[in-house]
Design a protein around this ligand. Structure first.
Ligand code: NDP
Length: 499
């Protein structure tokens, strides 16, 4: 080397630049593709209507703490209007339509979602705070894939349930959370429509915008009015939907606490219910695991979507013999995570969805420190405005600590150790939840043995957070009941008569 320049580029003798440090230049996705209206009504009977309540609230961009739009707060009377529109569409058109016609609409919706993918991805990141890389590569493509998948089932239901005669249930009230707004909408609406039901859906209070944009997709697809109704509002609107006598089925994804309240309200009513609730998944690393791959799996398991994931691998169980090596590699990898602008294509960890959630994460992390766990957070410069939390790992965690027991729903990992497979299973199952788990080992027989004993609806082997519309997802114990995805996902939306 004959010449060296100051800065991060050195020059070799042949004058070709050689990078000596890798800083990322900002690569923000343009917001221009998205047209957000100043205010939205409620989408009932195929058009936007003013809320009878007259009430609205502001939805914001959590990365900038800036208002994005005013959305309606649906009241009891608004819920009633939406349920009546759904009932009218069920009796009048949708339940009478040939199944292949229903499929046609679902295929259309899937294709339009693909065509408008960038618009949806940008909007999802603006309203929810998740990195554009994830909304672009995971949320939106998977949402379209769900519509494609269930479009395929619409005219084949008798093959899904051999020797039975499946028929639709009626009007489904669907309540979804803020962590995957468009994807959860697709998980709920696609199977319901494929099976011939109509829908009233409420997105979460903090993330209504992709559901409201989806109304435009329905218009483009020329879906008959009233088949899908989208109403916005907070938990009070959700409670009115659950209590409405004209609803035949409730599908809820959210916290275990609200799930239990819904179950209490529905007791004795005969309404059908599926609940997809919280989790505290164990990600189990055996000493024969490919360690670098496993570390990627740990990172993906807990820092994907800022840890706002019901199946997040929030409890890491590491075999004692590889504990030091695993933690060293994990910390090194954490130092490379880029936290910041969700619309930057280089961002790994975006904004926390709301101030309320940020406070909850901070208070649980404080409890971990107070109870005696050892905290590690990589050096990290956070933006001045917005809601942010540095990726965090706790070691020296006892099973009894709150951070090992409660769902944090943030980028916070608790590490425990084990010596034998039996101990790993005992510790993994020692939780009121049972949604998911991960196993890392090179032995196929061990994977199968573990999967059989883990009380979790989904067990990933040598990977984590993989989703496919054909694969059922759902929980045990306090993680809820019922399955979404796959043929199983149709079961929640059909009544089965004997053939
Ligand atoms: P909630 O369970 O309150 O929210 C989920 C959905 O239910 C939202 O649409 C919400 O509306 C609605 N809702 C709230 N109260 C009622 C009610 N009484 N009857 C019917 N629907 C209702 O979750 P939060 O957003 O409050 O988050 C709290 C915690 O729950 C998080 O910290 C996390 O631990 C966990 N959570 C788990 C999720 C999962 O997928 N497992 C998803 C989201 C949260 P609104 O948004 O207006 O409150």
């Amino acid at each position: 080397m004959t010449e060296r320049k100051q800065g991060d580029v050195a020059r070799r003798a042949d004058k070709a630049p050689m990078a000596t440090a890798w800083d990322y230049a900002p690569a923000p996705e343009s917001r221009d593709i998205v047209r957000i209206q100043e205010r939205y009504g409620l989408f009932i009977g195929g058009k936007f209507v003013e809320p009878l309540s007259g009430e609205r609230y502001t939805t914001i961009d959590p990365a900038r703490e800036e208002p994005l739009s005013e959305v309606a707060q649906a009241s009891k009377a608004d819920v009633d209007r939406a349920v009546k529109a759904a009932r009218g569409a069920f009796d009048g058109t949708w339940s009478k339509l040939r199944p292949s016609e229903r499929a046609k609409y679902l295929f259309r919706i899937a294709r339009i979602l693909q065509e408008r993918a960038r618009e949806f991805a940008v909007l999802e990141s603006m309203n929810g705070g998740k990195p554009i890389r994830e909304s672009r590569d995971v949320d939106v493509p998977l949402a379209a894939a769900h519509f494609f998948y269930y479009a395929g089932w619409a005219d084949k239901l008798e093959y899904a349930f051999p020797n039975r005669r499946p028929r639709p249930i009626g009007v489904a009230a669907q309540i979804i959370p803020w962590n995957f707004p468009l994807l959860m909408l697709a998980w709920k609406i696609a199977p319901a429509l494929a099976a011939g039901n109509t829908v009233v859906l409420k997105p979460a209070e903090t993330t209504p915008l992709s559901a409201l944009l989806f109304c435009d997709v329905l218009r483009q697809a020329e879906l008959p009015p009233g088949v899908v109704n989208i109403i916005t509002g907070d938990g009070r609107t959700g409670a009115e939907m659950v209590a409405h006598p004209g609803v035949d089925k409730i599908a809820f994804t959210g916290s275990t606490e609200v799930g239990k309240a819904i179950q209490r309200t529905l007791a004795g009513t005969g309404k059908r219910l599926t609940l997809e609730l919280g989790g505290k998944a164990a990600n189990i690393i055996f000493d024969d695991a490919p360690l670098d791959q496993a570390v990627e799996g740990i990172i993906n398991g807990i820092y994907f979507n800022q840890g706002h994931v019901c199946c997040a691998g929030s409890r890491l169980l590491v075999q004692e013999s590889i504990y030091e090596a695993t933690i060293a590699k994990l910390k090194r990898r954490m130092r490379t995570l880029r936290v910041g602008d969700p619309l930057d294509k280089n961002t790994d960890v975006g904004a926390i969805n709301s101030k309320q959630q940020l406070d909850k994460i901070a208070s649980l992390v404080q409890s971990g420190v107070d109870e005696g766990a050892e905290i590690y957070q990589p050096p990290c410069k956070l933006p001045e405005r917005g809601y942010w939390f540095v990726p965090t790992v706790f070691t020296n965690v006892a099973q009894s600590y709150r951070i090992a027991q409660e769902e944090i729903f943030g980028p916070v990992l608790s590490v425990l150790t084990f010596r034998t497979p039996d101990e790993a299973i005992e510790k993994a199952n020692n939780t009121p939840y049972g949604l998911s788990a991960g196993v890392w080992t090179e032995k196929g027989s061990r994977i199968l043995a573990m999967a059989q004993k883990l009380r979790a609806g989904v067990v990933w082997a040598n990977t984590y957070n993989r989703f496919d519309p054909a694969s059922p997802f759902g929980g045990y114990k306090e993680s809820g009941f019922g399955r979404e995805g796959g043929r199983h996902g149709l079961e929640a939306y059909v009544a089965l008569d004997d053939a």
